[in-house]
Design a protein around this ligand. Structure first.
Ligand code: FAD
Length: 296
């Protein structure tokens, strides 16, 4: 099923699609493990599950389409295969398109990907597909329903949020029919961004992506990697549970659940759980939304 249709049907009934993200198998995480995760996701009835793509180096980009296919064909869950373009040539893109078609993939999240190590912005500008917006038309022409990434606090390398929203509009103009946001810890950032996107003429659904923090080291990594701001309630939780990793993990899950409930109450288009392949995280988010009466 096409994700754009999932959002349209949900809008007609006032529902908010819930989706999960999972990683493709890498290292010790086998395809079999991905299947076990998918089995547990199935019980939670997500509206779709997106599968990340890891190009180059230790990446296992070949698994993305296979897992997306497994989700849809073996578990009857709509799926989205991520695809990054910064290192793709036209011929490689054609091969990827063929691979995804053969696997029966219907939805693709079109991404630039992070710049390969040792490359700068001017090297990147010479790539065959320098930005996600350059990838989108080829995927739309190939018949996929295409989504793209959105940044409620602006992309980390973008000068300011206004420009980031302009770049988002370019992705919509190129054919993106839904957006999934980067993680954020402060819902107010999302609400401000949503107003700006609205003013900029973004009309396609924007689903809000939330990742619970699991440890101090993980949150530091996330903040430096993506530039998300840390509101004081989180800093206080980090301080309170500094010596109790288990309690900190639980506080991270509880905080994310509160974010989901708050977002749902404000009528966001959809809710996306960065599950880190942990069904217990997906389960906690779904339960919190059920308890709040946001979903049946
Ligand atoms: P773009 O939209 O192309 O933007 C990249 C940068 O260029 C931004 O700073 C943007 O502001 C700027 N820009 C855009 N258009 C222009 C223009 N016309 N002129 C000048 N500057 C411009 N990474 C992976 O490797 N695999 C994944 O599976 C993956 N999944 C992700 C899922 C989500 C929901 C999100 C939010 C991110 C994901 N990422 C993934 C990370 C993503 O690849 C990085 O954030 C990457 O740095 C930017 O990708 P993008 O598609 O947003 O790029």
């Amino acid at each position: 099923m096409k994700v754009a249709d999932i959002f349209s049907s949900a809008k007609a009934t006032g529902a908010q699609p819930i989706s999960f993200e999972m990683f493709p198998p890498k290292g010790e995480l086998t395809l079999e493990h991905a299947r076990e995760v998918a089995e547990q996701f199935q019980d939670l009835h997500p509206d779709f599950v997106s599968v990340t793509y890891s190009a180059g180096g230790s990446g296992n980009s070949g698994a993305t389409a296979k897992i997306a296919s497994m989700l849809t064909h073996d578990f009857d869950i709509a799926s989205v295969a991520h695809l990054t373009c910064i290192s793709l040539t036209h011929d490689e893109l054609q091969r990827k398109i063929d691979e995804m078609r053969q696997a029966g993939v219907e939805n693709v999240l079109a991404l630039r990907g992070d710049l390969p190590q040792g490359t700068n912005a001017s090297d990147a500008a010479r790539a065959e597909y320098p930005y996600a917006k350059d990838l989108i038309p080829a995927l739309v022409d190939a018949g996929f329903c295409v989504g793209a990434a959105a940044y409620p606090e602006g992309h980390i390398t973008c000068e300011n949020l206004e420009l980031s929203v302009e770049h988002l509009k370019q992705k919509q103009d190129a054919g993106a029919s839904f957006f999934v946001t980067q993680l954020f810890f402060d819902n107010e950032c999302f609400f401000r961004f949503r107003e700006m996107a609205d003013r900029a003429g973004i009309t396609v659904p924007i689903t809000a992506g939330i990742m619970p923090f699991m440890s101090k080291a993980q949150i530091q990594r996330m903040v430096f990697m993506c530039g998300a701001s840390l509101p004081s309630p989180i800093i206080k939780l980090l301080a309170r549970y500094e010596d109790d990793p288990k309690a900190l993990r639980q506080a991270g899950i509880d905080y994310a659940c509160q974010q989901f409930v708050g977002l749902s109450k404000e009528g966001v288009d959809g809710l996306h759980v960065y599950t880190m392949n942990r069904p217990d995280i997906a389960q906690a988010a779904v339960q919190a939304l059920r308890d709040a009466g946001a979903i049946a």
